[in-house]
Ligand binder design. Structure first.
Ligand SMILES: NC(=O)c1ccc[n+]([C@@H]2O[C@H](COP(=O)([O-])OP(=O)(O)OC[C@H]3O[C@@H](n4cnc5c(N)ncnc54)[C@H](OP(=O)(O)O)[C@@H]3O)[C@@H](O)[C@H]2O)c1
Length: 302
């Protein structure tokens, strides 16, 4: 049952993770969804995080108890092409929302990224100093510093790769793009030299809500599977599970020219999150299983 003192505002709510978070949080929160689009439903508001008045108006309208800040330029190559926009949204926007939370005593969760690291070694803990390679990674690292300076109680969650299917088009959901290519019989080329420990959208959304609920949680948390996998192997396993031939997946052996630099090995160690929340991290196989299960459930509901 919804407790009306639990007003949760999701900023960047029409994105891949935001949509899933809203769907899960409706069970226990009064959920409000902020985004750039004009509102079409009573629980939606327009908020541009690059605009101070827009942010203040959004807070006044919703009077949230907690905010999850997902709004970002999350496309790594777009950040490289448009560094000023990336900074305005990913750094200044995050700090602006955190500042308003600090003024009003609102619980704040920020989604950063494993891209704060260069991925030159296997296994990072939260205390390891950031070494970003790309504009995107730098904006995430700068936002973390800016947020913590204003709001030391902020919760910062760093995933390496979030997997899942999205019901909407135009989001950052990688599995939709892959499944569409397979269905069209198109070969996809995927790096065999980039390793990640992915997490599924449902698990990260549950972790966000759990971190909000617990009084003592603050600072940086890593989230990801217990093991790591190359992007190539991940996509091969996805093809297997979806019933497509492995011939549709080709290994890309080296970085493509003109793309933003990406770390080779983003394996985030997650002991802190598990110890403080009791959430057990899945293996990569379980992550894929959960993605397919969530997609099957939403197909059944549709
Ligand atoms: N997905 C992953 O694998 C992954 C991994 C690590 C970290 N993260 C982080 O997790 C967060 C959510 O990622 P996602 O995959 O859900 O990304 P997404 O699908 O691209 O969603 C981002 C959302 O932010 C909105 N937005 C962009 N500029 C805005 C602005 N000025 N004001 C308000 N909203 C704005 C976008 O709206 P429009 O669509 O209208 O532009 C979109 O709804 C991001 O911070 C991302 O960096 C994601």
């Amino acid at each position: 049952m919804v407790d009306h003192n639990r007003r949760l505002l999701i900023v960047g709510a029409s994105g891949f993770i935001g949509q899933r978070l809203a769907a899960i949080a409706y069970d226990g929160y009064d959920v409000f969804r902020a985004d750039l689009a004009e509102p079409a439903k009573p629980d939606e508001i327009k908020m541009d995080v690059t605009d101070q008045a827009s942010v203040v108006n959004g807070f006044d309208a919703v009077r949230p108890n907690a905010i999850v800040m997902l709004a970002a330029i999350a496309d790594i190559d777009q950040c490289e092409r448009q560094p000023e926009l990336a900074r305005a949204v990913n750094v200044d926007g995050a700090v602006r929302v955190a500042d308003e939370c600090a003024r009003r005593g609102v619980r704040f969760v920020y989604t950063s990224s494993a891209a704060v690291y260069d991925g030159s070694r296997h296994g990072y803990v939260e205390e390891d100093p950031p070494t970003p390679l790309s504009v995107y990674g730098r904006t995430k690292a700068q936002a973390e510093v800016g947020v913590m300076a204003i709001l030391p109680d902020a919760i910062i969650l760093r995933p390496a790769l979030v997997l899942g299917f999205s019901a909407a088009s135009r989001t950052n959901a990688m599995l939709n793009k892959l499944a569409d290519s397979f269905r069209a019989g198109q070969v996809v080329r995927v790096p065999d030299y980039e390793y990640r420990n992915p997490i599924d959208a449902d698990t990260i959304c549950h972790a966000i809500l759990c971190l909000i609920e617990l009084d003592q949680t603050r600072g940086i948390y890593h989230i990801g599977a217990l093991d790591s996998i190359s992007r190539f192997e991940l996509v091969c396993r996805l093809a297997d599970r979806l019933g497509f031939a492995r011939m549709l997946v080709e290994a890309q052996r080296e970085p493509l020219p003109g793309r933003a630099p990406r770390g080779f090995d983003h394996f985030l160690l997650t002991r802190r999150l598990s110890q403080e929340t009791g959430i057990e991290m899945p293996t990569c196989d379980m992550v894929l299983e959960r993605c397919l299960h969530a997609a099957a459930q939403s197909d059944t509901r549709a």
